[in-house]
Design a protein around this ligand. Structure first.
Ligand code: IVH
Length: 664
């Protein structure tokens, strides 16, 4: 069999497996077999670009760059909704309907059906002979994207309808990520140092528009159907919802039948305080005239039907009592105020702590302990205090005095000119040391397994560690028998500390905790100078010339390297056997000897990125194994990134990959 034939065969087989897995829920083979065949196909296709085919399973499942989803046109186009921001706008909407309906309708309009407005992503599902045939996103309303395999992967979406469903059926619904899954997903992303999803809608979209439907499947998405686009023409929206449910489609059980607009308004008032207790995010209510015949007759404006409207809830804000202000000391000594609040429900979660930003905000807003404060979820992620609710008692309370000494060590906390933060001036402040140790052990730095907050606290309390280098002098004898640290953990920690000595220069640079020196700048420094000594003796000018390092960072580097703490640390590290090398790259940017895996969404086609890597001498593989030496991480990378991290494999961003290979 020649390679072209093998490609055809693999495409056939893999398409069948995809169908079995996602459509019939009956996987024919294990993931490992599937993955290895897919890898073979991807490799063969990379060798034969002339045989490329957008329908190949390699393009549909895994490997397909985003934006490469097939287009689907919507007929008729998917409209959106007008918004009503308050009760008066709802009444005006009702009057417009009554007027437009003309003689047939005396007085106010109605009845209405009110449904929760799910904060998710619109999808259109096409069923033929009871089977799901096509699923598309809304796109611009005219043209959406074909996300059939992804929808197939969502357990909540029926692949087959019950008896009695029309032969051809098109429904509109909303895919959403339950609030609990959204929070868990963001927590995992935070732990990985990846950007957080702004809101559940955003997270739902990210989860749905995945190249690999298995990622979609793992996110626990839900769906609610709310519009029958074709297949049947019931006279009422309430009936339409019942039919959809009877055919086996998921329909939100929460809905209200209202005789008229005043009933609708009562529902908005009754529901507003309850909306955060639902398992899914709701950003309003949708008010629909129950009479679908009249709805059709009234038609639509450019954008939206005249007989339906979205009632928007006001932004997510709540008021609660400020119980205390806690000031924490960070790694760089910065004093950060946090509000301790009387627990309050806000956008689906209970909030007890919120950001107070900085000293100036507290003064400008005259926030005092005991005040009733307004709390908002910024971008629905981090709650923040935005001000006070003026009221009795405020004047009687003392204004808040921001500490001018470090709350941990008592040293002076100084605010340098032009800086928004005050910092502890004691170079050996225990709070700074604690945060430094945690940073040093984190994945972006030396990745020391077992050096979490609990262990760090034990090491500090027992006086075993006074400065970071003490960590690397710890022996099993020191650790064994320490209260609260098991023998097994002690052994693991010693091994992890030993392994940390072998980390490359850039990771060690991150571990030094120099302000503004993160992963990127550390890599640039490592590449440019090649050793710690060379960086320590570089001039300010040389440092500032490195890509991504400005004068401020250069000054911080120099300050650290020249200062007593840095000097002592560098000397100790050398004595302790740290010989960090710059990441293995030749000056010409070759990837000789690297075994590279790509993951996540890349800005160029994956096959092109792979070809670039090969041309620089790398062996490219599609799965991460112990052989893998480098993982190039695109956007929204998932399980592979986790695996790379758990195996301690070096990861680089696509931009860094571009810089190394000279492919920009
Ligand atoms: S009806 C003609 N019902 O809200 C428009 N929309 O702001 C038909 N949405 O694009 C929409 N829940 O994505 C309708 N129960 C619900 C909804 C709902 C969420 C979304 C939908 C729409 C957007 C309009």
């Amino acid at each position: 069999m020649d390679e072209a034939e093998r490609i055809a065969e693999l495409r056939d087989t893999l398409s069948r497996f995809v169908r079995a897995y996602f459509v019939e829920d009956q996987p024919e083979v294990s993931d490992a077999v599937y993955d290895s065949l897919m890898r073979e196909l991807v490799e063969l296709e990379a060798r034969h670009p002339e045989l490329s085919d957008p329908k190949s399973p390699s393009q549909r499942v895994g490997g397909a760059p985003r934006g490469d989803f097939r287009s689907v046109s919507h007929e008729p186009p998917l409209l959106s909704l007008m918004n009503a921001m308050d009760q008066d706008e709802l009444r005006a909407f009702d009057r417009r309907i009554a007027q437009a309906a003309g003689d047939g309708l005396a007085g106010p309009a109605g009845p209405y059906v009110v449904e929760p407005k799910i904060d998710g992503l619109t999808v259109v599902l096409h069923y033929e002979n009871g089977r799901l045939r096509l699923a598309a996103t809304r796109g611009d309303g005219q043209t959406g994207e074909d996300v059939t395999p992804n929808l197939m992967a969502i357990a909540a979406v029926p692949k087959e309808l019950r008896q009695g469903a029309p032969e051809r059926l098109e429904v509109r619904g909303e895919v959403y990520l339950p609030v609990a899954s959204f929070e868990a997903l963001n927590q995992a992303r935070e732990a990985e140092g990846r950007p957080l999803f702004q809101n559940p809608r955003n997270a739902a979209a990210g989860s749905l528009r995945q190249q690999d439907p298995r990622v979609t499947a793992s996110r626990g998405l839900g769906v609610f159907c709310y519009e029958l686009r074709s297949g049947a023409t019931p006279g009422r929206q309430s009936e339409a919802l019942e039919l959809l449910a009877a055919w086996g489609l998921p329909v939100n059980p929460l809905r209200w039948s209202c005789r008229g607009i005043e009933d609708v308004i009562a529902v908005t008032e009754e529901f507003a305080p309850r909306r955060d207790s639902l398992a899914y995010a709701v950003d309003g209510l949708v008010v629909k005239l129950d009479d679908l015949e009249l709805t059709r007759r009234l038609g639509a404006t450019q954008k939206a039907p005249r007989a339906q409207i979205a009632f928007k809830f006001p932004a997510d804000e709540a008021a609660t009592t400020l119980l205390d202000i806690e000031v924490q000391v960070g790694r760089t000594g910065a004093l950060t105020p946090t509000a301790v609040l009387s627990p309050v429900r806000l956008a689906g979660t209970t909030v007890q702590r919120a950001s107070l930003h900085n000293e100036d905000l507290i003064r400008q807003k005259d926030i005092r302990i005991g005040d009733l404060v307004r709390v908002r979820k910024a971008g629905e992620i981090i709650p923040e205090v935005i001000g006070i609710v003026p009221g009795e008692g405020h004047d009687a309370r003392p204004p808040y005095a921001f500490p001018t000494v470090c709350p941990v060590c008592g040293a002076q906390a100084l605010r340098l000119e032009g800086e928004a933060v005050r910092r502890c001036s004691n170079p050996s402040c225990p709070a700074k040391l604690r945060e430094w140790l945690l940073h040093l052990g984190s994945r972006v730095a030396l990745d020391i397994d077992g050096l979490g907050p609990k262990t760090v606290d034990i090491l500090l309390e027992t006086g075993l560690v006074h400065q970071p280098e003490d960590l690397f002098r710890l022996t099993l004898t020191d650790l064994e028998g320490l209260p609260r640290l098991g023998a097994k953990s002690a052994g693991k920690l010693v091994a992890a500390l030993q392994a940390a000595r072998a980390r490359p220069l850039d990771r060690l640079l991150v571990a030094l905790g120099i302000p503004h020196v993160g992963e990127r700048s550390a890599q640039a420094l490592a590449e440019r100078f090649g050793s710690l000594d060379a960086i320590a003796s570089a001039s300010l000018g040389d440092l500032a010339e490195v890509v991504g390092i400005g004068e401020t960072t250069a000054t911080e580097i120099e300050r650290f390297m020249m200062g007593p703490v840095g000097q002592r640390l560098l000397r100790s590290l050398a004595e302790l056997g740290f010989r960090p090398e710059a990441p293995a790259r030749t000056a010409s940017g070759s990837l000789d000897g690297e075994v590279v895996v790509f993951t996540g969404r890349l800005s160029r086609p994956r096959s092109e990125a792979q070809a670039i890597a090969r041309s620089c001498g790398a062996v490219v593989e599609s799965d991460i194994t112990r052989r893998t030496t480098l993982v190039v991480v695109g956007e929204e990378a998932g399980q592979k990134l986790e695996k790379a991290r758990s195996l301690g494999i070096r990861t680089v961003s696509e931009a860094e990959f571009g810089a190394v290979t000279g492919a920009g």
